[in-house]
Design a protein around this ligand. Structure first.
Ligand code: DMJ
Length: 400
C-alpha cells in the first residue's frame, strides 16, 4: 500500500522491542496466525531477514505445547517458561479443532525456511491423528482430547471453534501447488458431510450453515461462519467440471445470506450471530449477539466472490461496508466495535481489534484492486489474511 514510513517504523519495533520471552498466557493459535503469519508474510513481501529470524524464533517457542501423549498441542503456552495447558473453558482438558487445525500453512513455511523438519512433522502428525479418529457422519467435532486423541464432545461448527480448520485443508492443497492430495481429499470429504448435514435453506430462501450438537441442529450462523462463502468459492474452481458450478452457486448463496445479515440491520453492519428460527431470518434474536467487533469474514467472502465471478454487486456490497464503518465505527483514535448493530446511535466498545487492520481493511482494499495484486494463483492468505506464497517449485516439507 506504499506505506513506506509506517513500514520502517514497524520494522524497527520488531527489531528492537518485540520481546519473545514474556511470562504470561499466550494462545498458541493466535501467536501462530497473527505473529508468525504476519512475520512470514512480511519476510516474503520484503526479503528482510529480521522477519524470518523472529518467525523461526517464535516457532521454536511454541514447540513445547506439542509434548502431549498424542502430539495434539494444548491451547495455551507461556513463551517465557515453555509451560503449556488447555483452556480452562474447554471441556475436560480438550484442544480446539480450529486451533490445532490452523497451524499447517505457517508450520510448513517454518520448516521450508529453516531446513528443520520438526515443524512440518508436528502438523503432519496432527493430520494423522485426525485421519485415525472416527468422524460422526463424516463431521469433525470441535473438541479433541490431546491425551487420548478422541473427541470430547459432539459439537460441530463451521463457525467459531471449527472454522479455520476447514479453510486450512483447501489452502494447504493450494499452497503445495496442488500436490498435497491428502489435504484436498480431507477438504472434499468434510465439505460433502457439511453440505449433507448442516447446509439448510430458510423459508425465505436463504441458504445457511447450521451448527450441530450431537445430531441436533441449532439454526444459527455466527459471523465467523461467513468466511465459508469465500472458502467454498476458492475451492470451487478445483472441484471438477460437474461440481464446479454447484460450489460457485453454494458460495454465492452463503455470501448472499451473510450480506442479508448486514442489510437487515439499521447500521448496515452484521451481528455476531444470526438465526433462522421462530420466524426470524438472518437477524440476531438475543441481545448478547447484536454486537459487531469489526470482523472481516463477510468482506473476505466478497473479495473471493469478486475474484471468482467479477459480479459488480460484490464491490457494491463492500462499499456499503466501507460507508457503514465510516459512519458508525470511526472514532477519534481509529475505529471501534459497536455494541448493537440494530440501532443507529450505537455505543462503541472502545476496541480496535488487530484483525481490523490485518483482515477487514486488507480484504476491502483487495476487493477494489486488480486481480494481479496478490494473485490467488501465487498466494494463499492465512486465516489472519497474511499472504504466504504458493510453492510452485519444490514443496517437499512434510509431504514425503
Ligand atoms: C481472526 O482472528 C481469524 O480470521 C480467525 O480465524 C477467526 N476470526 C478472527 C476474526 O474474526
Amino acid at each position: 500500500m506504499e506505506l513506506e514510513e509506517e513500514f520502517q517504523e514497524a520494522k524497527k519495533w520488531v527489531e528492537k522491542s518485540f520481546d519473545l520471552n514474556v511470562n504470561g498466557e499466550a494462545s498458541l493459535f493466535e501467536v501462530n496466525i497473527r505473529y508468525i503469519g504476519g512475520l512470514l508474510a512480511a519476510y516474503y513481501l520484503t526479503g528482510e531477514e529480521v522477519f524470518k529470524s523472529k518467525a523461526l524464533e517464535l516457532g521454536e517457542k511454541l514447540l513445547p505445547a506439542f509434548n502431549t501423549p498424542t502430539g495434539i498441542p494444548r491451547g495455551v503456552i507461556n513463551l517465557g517458561s515453555g509451560m503449556s495447558w488447555s483452556w480452562g473453558w474447554a471441556s475436560a482438558g480438550s484442544s480446539i479443532l480450529a486451533e490445532f487445525g490452523t497451524l499447517h500453512l505457517e508450520f510448513l513455511h517454518l520448516s521450508e525456511l529453516s531446513g528443520n523438519p520438526v515443524f512440518a512433522e508436528k502438523v503432519m502428525n496432527i493430520r494423522k491423528v485426525l485421519n485415525r479418529v472416527e468422524k460422526p457422519q463424516g463431521l469433525y467435532p470441535n473438541f479433541l482430547s490431546p491425551v487420548t486423541g478422541n473427541w470430547v464432545q459432539h459439537h460441530v461448527s463451521i463457525g467459531g471453534l471449527g472454522d479455520s480448520f476447514y479453510e486450512y485443508l483447501i489452502k494447504s492443497w493450494l499452497m503445495s501447488d496442488k500436490k498435497d492430495s491428502e489435504a484436498k481429499k480431507m477438504y472434499d470429504d468434510a465439505l460433502e458431510a457439511i453440505e449433507k448435514h448442516l447446509v439448510k435453506k430458510s423459508a425465505g430462501g436463504l441458504t445457511y450453515i447450521a451448527e450441530w450438537r450431537g445430531g441436533i441442529l441449532d439454526h444459527k450462523m455466527g459471523h465467523l461462519a461467513c468466511f465459508s462463502g469465500g472458502m467454498i468459492a476458492l475451492g470451487a474452481e478445483h472441484a471438477g467440471e460437474e461440481r464446479k458450478q454447484h460450489y460457485v452457486d453454494l458460495a454465492a448463496e452463503i455470501t448472499n445470506t451473510c450480506h442479508e445479515s448486514y442489510a437487515r440491520s439499521d447500521t448496515k453492519l452484521g451481528p455476531e450471530a444470526f438465526r433462522f428460527d421462530a420466524g426470524t431470518e438472518a437477524m440476531a434474536t438475543r441481545l448478547s449477539e447484536r454486537y459487531y467487533i469489526l470482523r472481516p469474514e463477510v468482506v473476505e467472502s466478497y473479495m473471493y466472490m469478486w475474484r471468482l465471478t467479477h459480479d459488480p454487486k460484490y464491490r457494491q456490497w463492500g462499499w456499503e461496508v466501507v460507508k457503514a464503518l465510516e459512519k458508525h465505527c470511526r472514532v477519534e483514535a481509529g475505529f471501534s466495535g459497536i455494541r448493537d448493530v440494530y440501532t443507529t446511535t450505537p455505543t462503541h466498545d472502545n476496541m480496535q481489534q488487530s484483525f481490523f487492520l490485518a483482515e477487514t481493511l486488507k480484504y476491502l482494499y483487495l476487493l477494489f484492486c486488480e486481480d494481479d495484486v496478490l494473485s490467488l494463483d501465487d498466494w494463499v492468505f492465512n486465516t489472519e489474511a497474511h499472504p504466504l506464497p504458493v510453492n510452485h517449485t519444490n514443496f517437499k516439507a512434510g509431504l514425503q
